[in-house]
Design a protein around this ligand. Structure first.
Ligand SMILES: Nc1ncnc2c1ncn2[C@@H]1O[C@H](COP(=O)(O)OP(=O)(O)OP(=O)(O)O)[C@@H](O)[C@H]1O
Ligand SMILES: [Mg+2]
Length: 422
């Protein structure tokens, strides 16, 4: 209590111009007053405390003392701000702080909710909460019933590109049934994307990192020798040309693309016939008679959004493929730099089990791909390509930075995939 008061008075003092100059004057006098050593001693003590606080803020929660100070400081701020932010209980009391854990990017705090209060109340005040706690961003989630967790970020952990190599960079083969390591989340954990019987839509402005992120998924699929691959690249094959030798089809024109999707639909209907005969409802992972079929489409707008009759028909075929392919072991991975409702109508978007939203220049486009986090997609800086939000069917989302493979790395994995087949 007293310490908090002292900190507050010191802060106000330092913020005023008179206070700053007076402090400089006193420091100067204390240091050069040769008659007293105690002045220098006091100054040194203050300097040690200052450096200690700075080190603690930089190093995060690496020591017991730091954890104690951090916990105390956090609880104090929380008690002070919960009421004004409308997050306190009925009698104006702040909710119990269950834990406060620090790391190099900030603090994660868990609070007990009051009866009748939900995480939504915190989400609605996330911006104000961040200001009150003196951090850049506050992200709200719920770790369990009656609890709300707020991640207070003092910096952006995704600002720096991951130096860790992509985990599949050096594997000889991969199984499509295993989720693909695709990037690193804000908590430093690997974020994975499931591909088996699960379609993925990637969307974002030009240069946001769609193709680079898509390559991670395509290469993982290629590393499974049993996977059948079909590719549609309506940018003339420049992006997906590298899969030409591995893919059984590579379409570079609208007509070819329509033919590829129709072929995939024929395959799906054949598989449904087999499933009916066998009395099964879906293809089991690892069934050699119906290997996973992966259809990759780079630049969906060229396929479904040109406005022509063929384009509309292609959109409808794609919708059927994504809808019916799931039980038939078909995965569609599609990317678009124009996530507008004519390219990805809601009826098509909602069929994708996983949506990966990268930086979107316009709010409307972000709304099309992931209305839940549209605002966040527009905030991703252009200087951070590959930063994305992955949204699953349940609507829960995670922010991450995708691994980036240079063209040489892509070639290296592609040849490993070739070797795995021979
Ligand atoms: N995860 C990442 N980390 C760092 N840099 C990245 C990452 N992903 C992409 N980049 C950089 O951004 C550039 C553009 O990436 P990419 O081609 O994947 O974007 P795109 O969204 O597919 O663009 P377009 O819409 O023009 O096809 C890459 O050449 C690379 O320099
Ligand atoms: Mg691209």
């Amino acid at each position: 209590m007293i310490l908090a008061l002292v900190v507050r008075v010191c802060r106000a003092w330092w913020r005023s111009r008179v206070g700053r100059w007076a402090t400089v004057g006193v420091v100067w006098l204390m240091w050069f007053d040769h008659s007293s050593n105690s002045g220098r001693l006091l100054l040194m003590l203050l300097a040690v405390i200052g450096v200690g606080i700075a080190v603690w803020r930089r190093c995060g929660d690496k020591g017991c003392g730091a954890a104690l100070v951090r916990g105390w400081w956090h609880r104090r701020l929380w008690r002070e701000n919960a009421g004004p932010l409308g997050l306190a209980g009925p009698d104006g009391q702040a909710g119990r702080v269950v834990s406060v854990v620090g790391d190099e990017w900030g603090t994660t705090s868990t609070y007990r909710l009051w009866p009748g209060q939900g995480p939504a109340a915190f989400e609605a005040r996330a911006v104000e909460l961040a200001h009150a706690m003196g951090v850049l961003t506050a992200r709200v989630s719920s770790p369990g019933p009656g609890l709300v967790m707020v991640r207070y970020l003092t910096g952006d952990p995704l600002g720096a590109v991951s130096l860790r190599p992509w985990p599949l960079m050096s594997v000889a083969r991969w199984q499509l049934g295993d989720a693909v390591p695709s990037g690193v989340g804000e908590d430093g954990r690997v974020v994975t994307v499931a591909l088996w019987s699960s379609s993925v839509l990637l969307a974002g402005s030009p240069g946001s990192g769609k193709s680079a992120t898509m390559w991670l998924l395509v290469l993982a699929a290629m590393l499974d020798p049993s996977v059948r691959l079909m590719a549609v690249d309506l940018k003339g094959g420049v992006e997906l040309g590298l899969v030409a030798s591995r893919a059984e089809r590579l379409a570079t024109t609208l007509d070819d693309a329509v033919a590829v999707i129709d072929d995939a639909l024929v395959e799906v209907s054949g598989r449904y016939g087999v499933l009916r005969e066998r009395g099964l409802r879906k293809v089991e992972s690892g069934d050699p008679s119906m290997p996973p079929l992966v259809v990759v489409i780079d630049e969906l707008a060229e396929l479904t959004g040109t406005g022509s009759k063929e384009s509309k028909a292609a959109g409808e075929s794609l919708r059927r493929l994504v809808a019916t392919g799931r039980a038939a072991g078909v995965t569609v991975i599609a990317a678009t730099q124009k996530p507008s409702s004519d390219v990805v109508p809601t009826g098509l978007r909602d069929l994708f089990a996983t949506r990966i939203g990268l930086r979107c220049g316009m709010r409307g486009q972000a709304e099309t791909i992931a209305p839940e986090i549209a605002g966040e997609l527009t905030k991703i800086p252009a200087s951070q390509p590959g930063t994305a939000y992955v949204v699953d069917e349940g609507g829960s989302w995670q922010r991450f930075r995708a691994w980036y493979l240079t063209d040489d790395m892509v070639r290296q994995v592609a040849s490993a995939a070739e070797a795995a087949r021979s």
